[in-house]
Design a binder for this molecule. Structure first.
Ligand SMILES: Nc1ncnc2c1ncn2[C@@H]1O[C@H](COP(=O)(O)OP(=O)(O)OP(=O)(O)O)[C@@H](O)[C@H]1O
Ligand SMILES: [Mg+2]
Length: 423
């Protein structure tokens, strides 16, 4: 009877599963889906699943006029102690319950391919779920394990995501190399420095090859938030003034707009007090159009579609020098040309933080750039021009390789079967 194990990369933006045939010692297939869940706004029958996952979540959410609950970047709540559960159509969901829906979807798709109920999985995790807080980190992994168990896995191991990426790269090389792997995803940027050796693929003795791992809580989502803050929020009332009392003109507090810069904070606007505040700003700003935009954004739940426009601009600027930041819905009209220089300015702080972290990583682990044979870059955010420049400038003489930006982690996790041999 064939034996399989699944390598699962549960990502902030995309999740992938690689099916590994343990007898043939090869990957049979890789499946990937966006890490999204959509709960329809009307509960269908009591027993029917009222949610959809992945691409279908996007299409149904848009078809439904962006009503219901659309859940994105759910990996980020794994480490959040303040999140215990959320209520969706009278059902309570813990963080693990939500993640389980994504893992279950991947497992069902994979089981259909293998024809087996595979219960053995190696699940990737970032080096740090949360910067510098080990308690939150433990909480996140415990929740992820629980999610994997609810999805039907009984034999579970964890592996650092960048080590997964490294093992995918190891399949491509012909000689022993010391490699610095950078995995830049939607939520986190992870590094690992290790020795790769094609002769060791699949062997059980890998511990001694690991030299250092580290990471920082910055990824593509952070770049999109920075863009929303700088280029998006002015269309929703940042930098406008209102008449606080007769004759007293004040700036609307900027802190208000931090809440539309990340997906998970949008719920902040559901409170009655805040809605009244915004109505007041609209009135006392002399019905400034921008506040009308903010009211429309909140009332019609348009956050996701605005972030789609932001992501589109970012992706275009990975290959072009110019892009249009364009959005047109329910009276909100944005059409602004963004140059790569302007974009680089907007994301400069995040790029600097990655740069600083990388310096600290090399220093802390005593890694001299001269001992790095090669860089392997993966993850969607590795395509951002400023990121490419950062690595090129820091390591001008080191060759840079890349593979499949979206599947390499899952593939490498599937090659990590040695973890089952460890006590
Ligand atoms: N061509 C591109 N240029 C720039 N960014 C891109 C491009 N394509 C995708 N991205 C960004 O890459 C990110 C997703 O990358 P990836 O799928 O590697 O992340 P993830 O594995 O889901 O996240 P994480 O590993 O942090 O949990 C998103 O922020 C997306 O906007
Ligand atoms: Mg990833």
């Amino acid at each position: 009877m064939p034996k399989f194990l699944y390598g699962i990369d549960f990502g902030t933006t995309n999740s992938a599963l690689s099916i590994f045939d343990e007898e043939k010692k090869e990957i049979v297939s890789t499946i990937s889906i966006p890490s999204l869940i959509y709960f329809n706004h009307i509960s269908k029958s009591a027993n029917a699943d009222n949610y959809v996952i992945g691409e279908q979540a996007i299409s149904e959410y848009l078809e439904d006029g962006m009503r219901g609950r659309f859940i994105k970047s759910i990996k980020q709540i794994l480490s959040r102690t303040t999140f215990t559960e959320t209520r969706i159509q009278n059902k309570r969901y813990s963080a693990a319950d939500l993640v389980a829906l994504i893992l279950k979807d991947l497992k069902q798709k994979a089981d259909k391919i293998t024809g087996f109920n595979c219960t053995k999985a190696i699940i990737g995790r970032p080096v740090f779920f949360d910067d510098d807080d080990s308690q939150k980190d433990t909480l996140a992994q415990t929740r992820l394990k629980k999610a994997a168990e609810s999805a039907g896995f009984t034999d579970i191991r964890f592996q650092f995501e960048p080590i997964g990426a490294a093992f995918a790269y190891e399949k491509l090389i012909t000689k022993k190399e010391k490699v610095l792997v950078a995995d830049l995803g939607g939520g986190t940027t992870d590094f690992t420095f290790l020795t790769l050796d094609p002769a060791k693929v699949g062997s059980n003795d890998r511990k001694s090859d690991m030299i250092a791992s580290g990471g920082i809580y910055i990824g593509g989502d952070s770049l999109d938030s920075a863009f929303m803050w700088e280029k998006g929020t002015p269309y929703f009332g940042k930098n406008t003034q209102y008449e606080a009392t007769r004759g007293q003109i004040l700036n609307v507090p900027k802190s208000l707009f931090a809440n539309i810069c990340s997906w998970d904070k949008m719920n902040f606007f559901n409170g009655q007090k805040i809605q009244k505040d915004i109505d007041d700003y609209y009135y006392f700003s002399g019905n400034d159009r921008k506040f009308k935009n903010l009211i429309t954004l909140i009332e019609h739940n348009l956050g996701y579609s605005v972030f789609q426009a932001i992501e589109k601009t970012k992706i275009e600027l990975s290959s072009n020098h110019l892009s249009d930041f364009k959005y047109s819905k329910l009276g909100i009209e944005i059409d602004e040309e963004i140059s790569i220089d302007e974009y680089n300015r907007v994301i400069a702080k995040d790029i600097q933080r990655i740069d600083d972290y990388l310096d600290k990583f090399l220093l802390t682990h005593n890694i001299n750039p001269t001992e790095i044979d090669c860089l392997f870059m993966t993850g969607g955010t590795s395509m951002v021009k400023a990121i490419k420049h950062l690595f090129k400038n820091k390591f001008p003489h080191i060759p840079v390789n890349s593979g499949d930006n979206f599947n390499s982690v899952a593939n490498g996790l599937a090659y990590s079967g040695y973890l089952f041999a460890e006590p």
